[in-house]
Every structure is written in structure tokens, then in C-alpha cells.
Design a protein around this ligand. Structure first.
Ligand code: GDP
Length: 295
């Protein structure tokens, strides 16, 4: 299960704190050291973990907490609030441009779950009454277009493709096609690479400047922990992203990516992938995630 190690370690630390009854400053410091270790073991970046604990400590060492009748409870409440704040406010809506269609550009490294999540997003939009169009901009992997057609059919969504034409041209033509056919969302499934390279970024920047997407969503694999956060930072620096889709949260991810992405990039996690099926897409709510981590 996701976050299992982190949840277990935090609850062990809080159990010890509760057992103490009245708390001293050093009890809180000891608990915070455990919280910091738990975060680091969950692959939260060093700076994020350090800042987090400093923030919680500052609030928890206040007289109100230490002198309250249930000090441990107060500390847990502060941890919950700060975890929520760390992951940011909920921003799960896609932007709507002045003139439709809205263009959602899906980016990410190969295998992160881009194609799957393009279809999941189409499926979600269809259920909300929209008319999405999926667009095959990954021209490098021969199987990519076929894969998009398969998942597109499952999501009951048309797939626009032009074989191995240039991705910029495909995106441009897809937009015209969407206007002609009344599609209000265009979802671009762009090419991924094993590593970030200049050619990949160059191509994405060209697509961006040509079709001016309303949302650039970066798809990252939560199982890759801090690497996912580094990928998000690189994409944001080079391309500018609007949000993140964090995938494979149904696996036993330690949680580092979910906890650090917002703090490191300033960009919100908008959706999370919870499985391989079309319906396994959920909006990301920081408060619910914090409560889930704290058990
Ligand atoms: P792309 O290369 O980025 O387009 O990645 P794909 O969409 O092809 O996904 C790569 C693999 O990850 C596929 O086998 C997907 O079924 C799987 N996958 C994608 N999202 C999830 C998810 O949220 N949970 C799980 N368990 N598997 C996923």
C-alpha cells in the first residue's frame, strides 16, 4: 500500500508522544526528529523534510500546545495541517480558455503513464458531458499510436493521428479538426523519452508555442520518488507546466513525490492515477492525502 512505511513510522512516533501525557520541549524535539527520519525514508527531499519539521516545531513548541490538556493531540493536528499545506491547495480543475477547445498537453518520460492518463482524462471529461479528442503526437514509438487508439476506443473517444508527420503539424491540424467537429477538449499525447533531452524539450516547446495549451500537465511515476520531483523541476524550468498527474499511487510508493512536488516546483498535483483501468483517476485533495498518511 502507498505511504505504508511513512504512516507506520508517524503513528509509532505519535503513540510514544501520547503515552507521555504532559509534554516538554525536548519531547517534541525528539518526536520531530522521528518525523524527519520518517519523511526522509519516504524519499522526501532533505530540504523539504527539514523545512517541514522546522515549521511544525515552531508551532508545536508554543505555550498553548505544551500547556493544553491534550498536547500530543495538538501536535498531531499541527502535523496534519502542515502536511496539507505542504501539498498545497486543491487545484483540480482544468483551465477553460476564452475560446474553445481547451488544449491539454500531456508530457512526461516514457513509461510514466502518459498514454494511459490521456485516456483516463478523456474518460473523465466524457462523463462530465464534454467532447474530448485524443491526439497522437508520439510519432517515435511505432506502437504508441496503436496504444492510444486502443485506450481511446475504451474511453469512447475519437483519436486524431497523422502517422509520423511532425508533432507540431499534428497538433495544429488536430486543433482545426476539433473546431470543425465540436470537440471542446483536445488532449495531446506527446512523446516521452527515457531521459530528458534537448530534442524532447525542443519539440514540446514548439508544440506549446504553436497551439498554446490551456494546461500543460506533467505525468510522473510516483514509484520513482525524488527522481519524479527532479523530472518535474526540469520540465517546469524548461517548458513551464501547469500541474502534475502523479501515477501508480495504487502501488507501494513511499510517498516522497506526492509530498515534495508542490514544495519543489510550486506547481500543484492535479490528479492521481490509482490503477491501470480507465476509471482509476482521482482529483488530488491535499487534506485527504494528509489524513490518509496520518491514518
Ligand atoms: P507512457 O509511456 O508514459 O505513455 O506510459 P503508459 O501510459 O504506456 O503506461 C506505462 C505502464 O504503466 C502501462 O503498463 C500502464 O498500464 C501502467 N500504468 C499507468 N498508470 C498507472 C497507474 O496509475 N497505476 C498502475 N498500477 N499502473 C499504471
Amino acid at each position: 500500500m502507498a505511504f505504508e512505511g511513512l504512516s507506520d513510522k508517524l503513528s509509532a512516533a505519535f503513540k510514544r508522544l501520547r503515552a507521555k501525557g504532559k509534554l516538554s520541549e525536548s519531547d517534541i524535539k525528539e518526536a520531530m526528529r522521528e518525523v524527519r527520519l520518517a519523511l526522509l525514508e519516504a524519499d522526501v527531499s532533505y530540504k523539504v523534510a527539514k523545512d517541514f519539521v522546522a515549521q511544525v516545531s515552531e508551532k508545536a513548541i508554543g505555550a498553548q500546545v505544551l500547556e493544553s490538556l491534550t498536547p500530543a493531540q495538538q501536535v498531531i493536528k499541527i502535523v496534519n495541517e502542515e502536511l496539507t499545506a505542504l501539498m498545497g491547495v486543491s487545484e483540480v480543475r482544468l483551465k477553460s480558455p476564452k475560446r474553445p477547445p481547451a488544449v491539454v498537453m500531456m508530457c512526461g518520460l516514457q513509461g510514466a503513464g502518459k498514454t494511459t492518463h490521456s485516456a483516463k482524462l478523456a474518460n473523465m471529461l466524457k462523463k462530465q458531458g464534454h467532447r474530448p479528442l485524443l491526439v497522437a503526437c508520439d510519432i517515435y514509438r511505432p506502437a504508441a499510436i496503436e496504444q492510444l487508439k486502443v485506450v481511446g476506443a475504451k474511453a469512447n473517444t475519437p483519436v486524431f493521428e497523422m502517422g509520423t508527420a511532425s508533432p507540431v503539424q499534428i497538433a495544429k491540424k488536430a486543433l482545426a479538426h476539433a473546431r470543425d467537429y465540436g470537440n471542446d477538449y483536445v488532449i495531446l499525447d506527446t512523446a516521452g523519452r527515457l531521459h530528458i533531452d534537448e530534442q524532447l524539450m525542443g519539440e514540446l516547446k514548439d508544440i506549446k508555442s504553436t497551439v498554446e495549451p490551456s494546461d500543460i500537465l506533467l505525468v510522473v511515476d510516483s514509484m520513482t520518488g525524488q527522481d519524479a520531483v527532479n523530472v518535474a523541476k526540469s520540465f517546469d524550468d524548461a517548458l513551464g507546466i501547469d500541474g502534475v498527474i502523479l501515477t501508480k499511487l495504487d502501488g507501494d510508493t513511499r510517498g516522497g513525490a506526492a509530498l515534495s512536488v508542490r514544495a519543489v516546483t510550486g506547481k500543484p498535483i492535479k490528479f492521481v492515477g490509482m490503477g491501470e483501468k480507465l476509471d482509476d483517476l482521482e482529483p488530488f485533495y491535499p487534506d485527504r492525502m494528509a489524513s490518509r498518511i496520518l491514518g
